[in-house]
Write a protein that binds this ligand. Structure first.
Ligand code: GDP
Ligand code: PGA
Ligand code: MN
Ligand code: MN
Length: 585
């Protein structure tokens, strides 16, 4: 493995502070992984699952206070508060280093410090970047080995360059009071302490690929987005790629892997990524995207052979299950798996559990960590160093009332406005209330590493530079009826909406110009063969816009924009145009 002075010095410096009992470099080999797994089985950090049924699979139970991202403990640390902007928690960088230095002092005492070099993105790609994570968590090492390309491949890419993202992580004592996830975008540095949960501890993912990544993208002219990437192949064998941004636990992984309904013969979906997209302008003037990750860190509850067979096939081997139900014969179970519940089992907290208990056996944010290459529909292009060209960008979220099933923005600038006003009900992916509507622009509210007002400007600037920009759409699979049931069947039936989107991209269907954007004509969304039959009338209601709800919506948008002192003029004028269109209507 290549040795790099800058890395060596930083490792030494960190060890002097955190005081581990020894230091182990992760080389990415199977033999080293095997040794680590054995150590975890001995210590109880992992439980071996039934290896005949689930080869290479392990069970992990987190601390009960450490089950999701914690946004209130997540900070953007810069010299000036303005650079973090109105939507991020800010800490002065010097103060943050000081505070966390005290917490990191001796935090690894009695533990091993692992040095994990990792590569984000395809090998030999202009998109790809190297990070190094120092951690005292074996669970983090084993998960990073699935989620990124670890070991020699990263050091050999880095060679003697000092250009890598420094990530320092310690479980500390898992005390939520002393939990900090601090980002220093100006130093390409991440310090995370007190949590072992994926989004807080696997530093390649949200911390680097989104928060530090978005900051780099802003300064270097590319985009780091909270988006799935998928290819849709038609019966003629042509593949179009789309990228979609939905907030956490709003359906990215499911959409990325869907199997089209049986009536759409000859169509196929290819998964490129399920959570993060790094996008650059190609020589052809289009927007090209890569998935910087190598694995899926997916929401478990609700995953079944019915809802997402491709995910179920992916997680049959070499997968870590966190906080699901553990059965007596060392199998796994969860709510929504669509299989009989085990009579006797252990729940995510480690307590005896039976389906009669009336309590959930799996945590609502229980997760699988699985290699992407195991996905039956993984795109042959997913490691293409050039990425894939994006034809459409889709925004979406959970809106019980306001947003129609789908609409198209008038143009890029209006599309940025649609993204900037996105809102969604909160989910269990982050600690705090669930089901509360909040603004989550481009699904990046928790992940933007700089001032969100400048982030909007960056989107507008990119639009000016992309000569063949993707069209921008908004979708909502989550509209509910009076009883609170989802009206749209969702899951594989979402493909019907994707086809309308692709038809729009190819100029094959016209649409209705409404105050909020182009709406489909109901006849242009094929609803034949839906299992519980959806009437044309219901579809029409899903495509309608409710005047009262939108009157409320524009008031709330005005209040939202009040927060920003660097709001681009284009956004202000788009807001004005929307209010005018709604009034005239
Ligand atoms: P991600 O976190 O954005 O990747 O979201 P997932 O794809 O993991 O889905 C999160 C949750 O939403 C899971 O419980 C899914 O079963 C559920 N879900 C996903 N897609 C749909 C859909 O189209 N309709 C409904 N009603 N639920 C969905
Ligand atoms: P998700 O990823 O978007 O698949 O839920 C984890 C997260 O955003 O915390
Ligand atoms: Mn996510
Ligand atoms: Mn997901």
């Amino acid at each position: 493995m290549y040795s790099n002075n800058e890395v060596d010095n930083w490792v030494k410096e960190t060890a002097a502070l955190t005081n581990p009992k020894d230091i182990v470099w992760i080389d990415g080999s199977m033999s080293q992984r095997k040794r680590l797994i054995d150590e975890c089985l001995k210590s109880g950090e992992l439980i071996e699952l039934n290896q005949d049924k689930l080869p290479g699979c392990y069970y992990h139970r987190s601390d009960i206070n450490d089950v999701a991202r914690v946004e209130k403990c997540t900070f953007i640390c810069t010299k000036s508060e303005k650079d973090a902007g109105p939507t991020n928690n800010w800490m002065d960088s010097e103060e943050a280093y000081k505070k966390l230095t005290n917490l990191f002092r001796n935090s690894m005492k009695g533990r091993t410090m692992y040095v994990i070099p990792y590569l984000m993105g395809p090998s030999d790609s202009p998109f790809s970047k190297v990070g190094i994570e120092l951690t005292d968590s074996k669970y983090v090492v084993l998960s990073m080995e699935i989620m990124t390309k670890t070991g020699s491949i990263a050091m050999d890419t880095l060679k003697n360059s000092p250009d890598f993202v420094k990530g320092l992580h310690s479980k500390g004592n898992l005390d939520p009071q002393n939990r900090y996830i601090c980002h220093f975008p100006e130093d390409k540095t991440i310090w995370s302490i007190g949590s072992d949960y994926g989004g807080n501890a696997l530093l390649g993912k949200k911390c680097f690929a989104l928060r530090i990544g978005s900051y780099m993208g802003y300064h270097e002219g590319w985009m780091a987005e909270h988006m799935l990437i998928m290819g849709i192949e038609n019966p003629q064998g042509e593949i179009s790629y789309i990228a979609a941004a939905f907030p956490s636990a709003c359906g990215k992984t499911n959409l990325a892997m869907l199997i089209p309904p049986d009536i759409f013969k000859g169509y196929k979906v290819w998964t490129v990524g399920d959570d993060i997209a790094w996008m650059r302008i190609g020589e052809d003037g289009r927007l090209w995207a890569v998935n910087p990750e190598a694995g899926f860190f997916g929401v478990v509850p609700g995953t079944s052979m019915k809802s997402n067979p491709n995910a179920m096939m992916t997680i049959k081997r070499n997968t870590i299950f966190t906080n699901v139900v553990l059965t007596e014969d060392k199998d796994v179970w969860w709510e929504g798996i669509n299989l009989p519940a085990p009579k006797k089992a252990t729940d995510w907290k480690g307590n005896p559990w039976s389906p009669e208990s009336g309590e959930k056996g799996a945590h609502p944010n229980s997760r699988f960590t699985a290699p992407a290459e195991q996905c039956p529909c993984i795109s042959p292009e997913w490691q293409n160093p050039k990425g894939v060209p994006i034809s459409a960008i889709i925004f979406g979220g959970r809106r019980a009332k306001t947003a129609p099933l789908v609409y198209q923005s008038f143009d890029w600038e209006h599309g940025v406005f649609v993204g900037a006003t996105m809102a969604s009900e909160t989910t269990a992916a982050s600690t705090g209330d669930v089901g509360v509507v909040r603004r989550d622009p481009m699904a990046m509210l928790p992940f933007c590493g700089y001032n969100m007002g400048n982030y909007f400007s960056h989107w507008l600037e990119m639009g000016k530079k992309i000569s063949k920009p993707p069209l921008i759409f908004n979708v909502n699979w989550f509209r509910t009826d009076e009883e609170g049931n989802f009206i749209w069947p969702g899951f594989r039936d979402n493909f019907r909406v994707l086809l309308w989107i692709l038809n729009r991209c190819k100029g094959k269907v016209d649409a209705i110009k409404s105050p909020i954007g182009y709406l489909p004509k109901a006849k242009d969304i094929n609803i034949s063969g839906i299992e519980n039959k959806l009437s044309e009338k219901t579809l029409e209601s899903l495509l309608s816009i409710n005047k009262e709800a939108w009157d409320e919506e524009i008031k709330d948008q005005a209040a939202w924009f009040e927060k920003f002192d660097t709001l681009p003029e284009e956004i202000k004028s788009q807001y004005k145009l929307l209010t005018e269109r709604l009034e005239v209507d």
